[in-house]
Design a protein around this ligand. Structure first.
Ligand code: HEC
Length: 369
């Protein structure tokens, strides 16, 4: 019990610290060289025939199976990490699940040459967009800071202390807006089996949200965002599929990498419009991740460990502090890394908790830019 109490104190602090430590340390996960003149020269010799001198890929009479991308479009140019582009240039399109119209340069360019040219490719985008290196893998609970372009299915099933099973499946769409913004829609479906009454199910509370990148720094591998969620009382209150009140939930999210070791954290407050219906809630999340399978490849697999804290107040049955530990695993399913799945288990650490366990998972698909 003493240990749990201590943990209950440490974890919100750690989550706060997670948001703050971030400025320390740099990591060599992107290319900072280099010789742009050399890069331009290589580009002119080896790439411009297909990608065009201006990078737009509009070359007359080019007969490739798929057209080359427009490298001047920043949403395309910034979405992939240097590591991924080096893999494409070295191994050709097929090495990253793309078309073989993009040839392999492994035999004609040295690794240094490839670095020069990849850095040169980045100059085609002339606006300040957060780069793909900062698109850290999505944890199971902790909010991400990076603006996403994804469709997801999430799954969360658990047992309450009163032995009721609860499952929520949700479809989520996230679309970037401009260089730093993102909007999101979440449609949940909930299922419950209250004692001896058969299973109840239906649509839960819809959520719309937006976020904005406040700060991003590629050199320090750090990104921070602020956003707000609006939960609408679309779920039936009578059948306990929804909270029965609109809830406004502003949040902060940050991510920091030290090479491949990544810490992400989020802090969120939920303010119900009708205070008798739902408690005011604070959610603190901290997630650690590290790749353990196929590191640096499109098919990377990562271990996650999350600390998920929650405090409620304002309502008579508010649970003061709950803490869960959530180990999980995430695997990219394709060479291009645009399909991924994750699974994990959420286990209560605090004496007070609303779930004896939960099993969580997601499948995500990165939408084309
Ligand atoms: C024979 C034509 C051709 C040449 C030469 C060529 N490319 Fe490409 N490249 C393509 C095509 C076509 C695609 C689109 C592939 C796809 O989307 O499946 C592409 C895609 C790419 C991509 C984007 C990969 C992604 O993540 O979607 C990069 C980066 C790239 N090329 C870099 C280069 C560089 C650097 C060179 C020169 C060293 C080069 N290309 C030479 C045709 C070419």
């Amino acid at each position: 019990m003493e240990i749990t109490k201590a943990l209950c104190r440490i974890v919100p602090l750690a989550a706060g610290a997670g948001l703050l430590i971030l400025v320390i340390g740099t990591a060599p996960a992107y290319l900072s060289l280099i010789d742009l003149t050399k890069g331009k020269e290589i580009y002119g010799d080896a790439c411009a025939a297909c990608h065009g001198d201006d990078g737009r890929g509009k070359v007359a009479d080019l007969a490739t199976e798929v057209p080359p991308p427009d490298l001047t479009s920043c949403d395309f140019n910034t979405s992939e990490a240097d590591r991924d582009w080096m893999r494409v240039v070295s191994g050709g399109g097929v090495a990253a699940g793309r078309s073989e119209s993009m040839p392999s340069f492994r035999d004609s360019l040295t690794e240094e040459d490839i670095k020069h040219v990849v850095v040169y490719l980045r100059t085609f985008c002339t606006e300040d967009w957060p780069r793909g290196e900062l698109n850290f893998s999505r944890p199971l609970v902790t909010e991400k800071a990076y603006p996403e372009n994804e469709a997801l299915l999430t799954w969360n099933t658990g047992r309450t202390p009163s032995r009721e099973h609860q499952t929520t499946l949700a479809a989520i769409i996230e679309k970037p807006v401009g260089a730093r913004g993102q909007v999101e829609l979440k449609i949940p479906v909930s299922l419950r089996d209250p004692d001896k009454r058969g299973t109840l199910g239906g649509i839960g509370d819809l959520e719309v949200s937006g976020k904005y990148v406040l700060y991003h720094d590629l050199k320090r591998l750090f990104i921070a965002s602020a956003g707000a969620e609006l939960k609408l009382p679309t779920g039936s209150l009578r059948r306990a599929l929804g909270e029965g009140t609109t809830i406004l939930a502003p949040f902060l999210a940050a991510g920091k990498g030290w090479g491949d070791f990544v810490v992400q954290s989020s802090l969120q407050f939920e303010y119900p419009f009708v205070e008798q219906r739902a408690p005011k809630t604070a959610l603190y999340n901290l997630a650690f991740s590290y790749p353990v399978v196929n590191r640096g490849e499109g098919t990377e697999g990562q271990l996650f460990l999350e600390f998920n804290g929650k405090s409620e107040w304002g309502k008579r049955d508010a649970k003061h502090f709950q803490l869960y530990l959530t180990p999980g695993f995430r695997q990219s399913l394709t060479a291009s890394g645009n399909w991924a799945a994750a699974i994990g288990a959420q286990l209560p650490v605090s004496p007070v908790h609303e779930a004896q366990y939960r099993v969580l998972g997601y499948i995500l698909f990165e939408l084309p830019p």
